[in-house]
Write a protein that binds this ligand. Structure first.
Ligand code: GLA
Length: 712
């Protein structure tokens, strides 16, 4: 067992140079920089209507988003009536848009904004409204007559059978070209946004001559793992983007509640660095000040909107630590240091590695804190897990640069990533001067949460740090003797120093996972590819794990047994009742969850035919799943009720028959889920029985907690 960490820090340094070919772009004269705006999809899905669109447009004016550059107000699927009129024209749904689309467009235009709309290249849209197949010219003319400024064009329900011998991608090229030409023929400048992100579509290879943007990744969800996957699916197509033609990793999720603020800053920074469209898909009226400040960060928007239109180039990606550099029109570079892991880490490069000419000194502007410093070449930061540091790096003359404080980095490192309650380890704290001038009177400190003991093992101060020098202090830290089964404890490092005028401070945070060991009669099992962590404390159990889950993953992927469990070996003899309360289940992926598991051998993976699971899944539904076929896997399931933890789960076994129940009133009432009979091989006699957790995503660790697990 072991694992995880987090987070936070101040300050930074390192770089490079890249030259990128610009693709032959759509020449309709629009989207010369990546489109910015709003789209309703992820806030209301099929709930769009005229009132929402108009209110959102007002909101964009009132909250400063319009002034920050957001100008497209986009209607997604479900705006249409179920059928065309007698002349074959598209008609807006009379309830959602009682006066049609034209007055909505006019209203949006009156506020100085633009209107986008959604259609589909197939016979129907993804939500089964009339598609444009065979009506391309007619629909393009309709959109132009309404005053539409952007068309998002989807790829659901395309009649591929009409094109024997052609690949789906070839058919899409034909149909998307048809709509592209139809839009151009209207004479109205309309942004053409292709939405065809299925594996094999590879729209970045052929989209530029016909479209202003094309999707590079599947529909995004508001969690870090999904955001990371869409970034990874997009970042290597940097050569295909340029003015008028952009990679689209899907809509921004900032404000939808599934990620924390640093993760939302990460999403915004990555999208800007990739020169992706900045289209918010959330309820703008309920954004917090902090979320709005992310959308309106002028420094990061300027990186996205730079007229050169170069997408950021990844120059390093070692162990989940990314470095990207984006060439800007004024000769500077936007350098992004991105930590996709769960653990705070130092990420470093240099100005020349980021593409700047060799020089004795550079100016560094931190695009999130606005701090401006000078560096001799290093660009470095102690970046929190899931976080970024983003800099604009410019060459400057030596003399004015000396008036700036030096670029410095404060960082923390623990000798072990996971510590038992009551145990000790060493944490080191380092401060580096990357500037071209001295740092004086440096003092470092380290603090921990109440109950911890911290002792400096050396003198935590230095009179002078010359350019390039590092100063390190080690501390012995001892965890409190008791606590929850698994928790992240934060160490906070502090530095105070004289750069050239007055005193400055910096801080850095590191999370250390603290666990209370699981003891007999419990055992642990870990079928994930990343080490899971386990803890037991009084009646509480906790599991921190990745893993795709116990069910077959979606989208035709191979079945998986990828979860972590705390269990009683042979704890169920033919008949037993297992019960637990799931107190927290933060799983995010489709097949993730937390709950009870029974199988012949918890540790044998595929060699033990998977038995039965009863759990809370990532959509907060109660799922009972079992091996009904006798194959290797859990292959049947039933989902009921949508509930929030805490949830009681009870699994009653009589030989190969299992009955699942759940309780949301602390065990007063037990509601049946389903009673099932599993295949003989998946219930051979005595079985292992326990609690399990899987995050549902291969890139993401989450922690589930349980109370009062017992087997009778
Ligand atoms: C597809 C697209 C989404 C959204 C929906 C609407 O899933 O990828 O962006 O437009 O259709 O039905």
């Amino acid at each position: 067992m072991r694992r995880a960490l987090l987070l936070i820090a101040g300050l930074c340094a390192a770089f490079f140079a890249a030259s990128v070919a610009t693709a032959a772009a759509e020449d309709n004269g629009v989207a010369l920089t990546p489109p910015m705006g709003w789209n309703d999809w992820y806030s209301v899905y099929c709930g769009v209507n005229a009132q929402l669109v108009e209110q959102t447009a007002q909101e964009m004016v009132a909250d400063g988003m319009k002034a920050a550059g957001y100008d497209y107000v986009n209607i997604d699927d479900c705006w249409m009536a179920p059928s065309r009129d007698s002349s074959g024209n598209l008609v807006a749904d009379p309830t959602r848009f009682p006066d049609g689309i034209a007055p909505v467009a006019a209203y949006v235009h009156s506020l100085g904004l633009k209107l986008g709309i959604y259609e589909d290249a197939g016979t129907t849209t993804c939500a089964h409204y009339p598609g444009s197949f065979g009506h391309e010219a007619q629909d393009a003319a309709t959109f132009a007559s309404w005053g539409v400024d952007l068309v998002k064009y989807d790829r659901c329900n395309i009649p591929y059978a009409n094109y024997p011998g052609e690949s789906e991608e070839q058919v899409q090229q034909t149909l998307y070209t048809r709509m592209s030409n139809a839009l151009k023929a209207t004479g109205r400048p309309i942004v053409f946004s292709m939405c065809n992100p299925d594996p094999g579509d590879d729209a970045w290879e052929w989209g530029a001559p016909i479209a202003n943007l094309w999707r590079t990744a599947t529909d995004i969800q508001d969690n870090f793992g999904s955001m990371l996957a869409n970034f990874e699916d997009t970042v290597d197509h940097f050569e295909d983007a340029g003015p008028g033609a952009w990679n689209d990793p899907d809509l921004l999720q900032i404000g939808n509640g599934g990620s924390n603020l640093p993760e939302y800053k990460t999403e915004f920074s990555l999208w800007a660095e990739m020169a992706a469209p900045l289209i918010a898909s959330t309820n703008l009226a309920t954004l917090t000040h902090a979320e709005l400040a992310i959308y309106e960060n002028p420094n990061v928007i300027a990186v996205d909107q730079d007229p050169l239109g170069q997408a950021g180039v990844p120059i390093s990606r070692v162990n989940g630590l990314w470095i990207l550099t984006k060439q800007l029109s004024d000769g500077s570079r936007a350098v992004l240091l991105f930590n996709s892991t769960n653990t705070a880490a130092v990420i470093s490069t240099t100005a020349t590695a980021a593409g700047l000419p060799s020089a004795p000194v550079y100016q560094l502007q931190n695009l999130w804190t606005n701090a401006v410093t000078q560096t001799g070449g290093a660009i470095s930061a102690f970046v929190p897990g899931h976080g970024v540091a983003m800099f604009k790096v410019t060459t400057v003359a030596k003399r004015p640069a000396h008036k700036l404080p030096p670029h410095t980095v404060l960082s923390l490192g623990a000798s072990v990533p996971e510590l038992g309650l009551g145990s000790s380890t060493t944490v080191s704290e380092s401060f580096v001067n990357y500037g071209v001038s001295d740092v004086k009177k440096l003092r470092l400190s380290l603090s921990a949460r109440p109950g911890w003991q911290v002792k400096a093992l050396g003198r935590p101060s230095a009179a002078l740090l010359e350019p390039g020098q590092r100063f390190t202090v080690a501390y012995r830290v001892t965890a409190p003797p008791s606590g929850p089964p698994l928790s992240v404890s934060i160490f906070t490092g502090g530095a105070s120093y004289d750069p050239l005028d007055g005193r400055r401070t910096a801080s850095a945070m590191l999370g250390e996972l603290v666990s209370s060991p699981v003891r007999a009669p419990f055992s642990i099992a870990d079928a994930t590819t990343h080490e899971a962590s386990f803890g037991e404390s009084g009646p509480s159990l906790a599991i921190s794990a990745r893993g795709l889950g116990v069910l077959n993953p979606p989208f035709g992927a191979l079945p998986t047994d990828s979860y972590a469990a705390i269990y009683r070996h042979a704890g169920c003899r033919r008949s037993c009742t297992a019960q637990v309360t799931v107190t927290a289940d933060p799983a995010g992926g489709t097949s993730g969850g937390a709950g009870l598991i029974e199988r012949d051998d918890m540790n044998a993976g595929k060699h033990s035919r998977a038995g039965v699971v009863l759990y809370v899944n990532s959509n907060a539904a109660i799922v009972m799943a079992w091996n009904g076929s006798g194959g290797a896997d859990v292959d049947h399931y039933v989902a009921v009720a949508s509930v929030k933890a805490p949830v009681g789960l009870r699994l009653v076994r009589r030989d190969s028959t299992y009955a699942g129940y759940y309780s949301i009133d602390h065990g007063k009432t037990w509601n049946p889920v389903v009673t099932v009979t599993v295949a003989a091989a998946a219930s051979v006699g005595r079985q292992d029985v326990g609690v399990f957790h899987a995050s549902g995503l291969p890139t993401w660790t989450t922690t589930a907690t349980f109370k009062n697990f017992r087997v009778r």
